[in-house]
Design a protein around this ligand. Structure first.
Ligand code: BDR
Ligand code: CA
Length: 323
């Protein structure tokens, strides 16, 4: 029997503690081939997220070039990085990055997205777990890539199907709030998009016991334990969650186990100004209203529910397999 063709993946990211978890999860997937890692501002500034991506690739032998991307949002002012969540170094201030420096590959993230998609029509999934600026720039520069992309899978938004409406404001999730204009471009473009929002990812919790298990299983698990001590303490302190929410991991799991998710179809728009800036709203297919801002825009898939223990299990199996 012919070997199954691998899905080619561009991982657009702002590492970031849960981004690091997602990247190690991707490394463990034999059905995926990581073509490139593209970085952006978000959890830290782009020079830091790029350095972190380079560190992760070198330390864990991940064979993919890292391209630096956007340093600020398309239209609004860059908001301060959430150092109280991911640390000054973006990876939990665990001392991992001390003395580390490396240069990214030559080329800008958005241009590389265009180049890779054009070279592999119908084969590339873009997994975006950060502000969507690089993706918006790519589609603005070359709208012709939209039908050539296999799928765009986003960790972003808070659609309230699973409860939550936001983490940076009462109605906005961080990745979308960081660049709402870019997000609205990505959600209204003519490419397939599946969004795994905060309302679903917040239920994907790896407990302290899960993390301890993984720490015992090998170097990858130990690394994730080391960088996530402050992150876990913050969840306990601020949200009474006993463990870490696997936000970016959940979107990565969708690539290999979409059957774990219940998805709803409908157009998605993002609020780009006012007190609800960054709010992501889906209008379900078949729901009829008066004239509205969702009309004429293509339907996207949005997660409404998931097999949460199943997602944590798939994640743990993957990290364990890295040893
Ligand atoms: C998202 O924002 C970032 O802090 C995380 O890495 C994740 O991508 C959650 O809102
Ligand atoms: Ca992220």
């Amino acid at each position: 029997m012919a070997a199954q063709e691998k899905t080619l993946v561009i991982f657009d990211t702002d590492p970031g503690i849960d981004d690091a978890m997602a990247l190690l999860f991707l490394k463990a997937q034999s059905s995926l081939e990581l073509k490139a890692i593209t970085t952006v501002f978000g959890n830290a500034e782009t020079d830091i997220t790029t350095r972190n991506a380079l560190y992760l690739t070198q330390r864990f032998g991940i064979d993919a070039p890292v391209y630096a991307g956007a340093t600020k949002p398309l239209a609004i002012k860059r908001l301060p990085a959430p150092t109280f969540v991911h640390g000054d170094d973006g990876l939990g201030d665990a001392g991992m990055l001390d003395g580390f420096s490396a240069e990214p590959a030559v080329g800008e993230a958005a241009d590389k997205i265009i180049e890779i998609v054009r070279a592999n029509p119908g084969k590339v999934t873009i997994l975006a777990v950060a502000p969507l600026t690089n993706l918006a720039l790519a589609i603005q520069r070359d709208p012709g890539i939209a039908p050539l992309v296999k799928d765009v899978v986003v960790m972003g938004g808070a659609f309230a199907w699973g409860g939550k409406r936001g983490n940076v404001t009462p109605v906005a999730e961080a990745n979308i709030h960081n660049d709402p204009h870019a997000a609205d471009i990505v959600f209204t473009a003519e490419w397939p998009v599946a969004a795994i929002g905060l309302d679903v990812t917040s239920h994907c919790v790896a407990t302290n016991a899960d993390a301890a298990d993984l720490a015992e299983s090998g170097a990858a698990g130990q690394f994730l334990w080391d960088i996530s001590r402050g992150y876990e303490a913050l969840y306990l302190r601020s949200q009474h969650v006993n463990g870490c929410c696997l936000h970016d991991v959940a979107a990565a799991v969708y690539l290999v186990a979409p059957e774990l998710f219940t998805m709803r179809s409908g157009a998605v728009r993002v609020v780009t100004d006012g007190i609800a800036i960054g709010q992501s709203i889906q209008k379900l297919d078949g729901h009829v209203f008066g004239p509205n801002a969702w009309e004429g825009h293509p339907s996207k898939l949005v997660a409404a529910d998931a097999d949460y223990p199943g997602i944590v299990r798939v994640y743990k199996d993957a990290i364990r397999s890295l040893r």
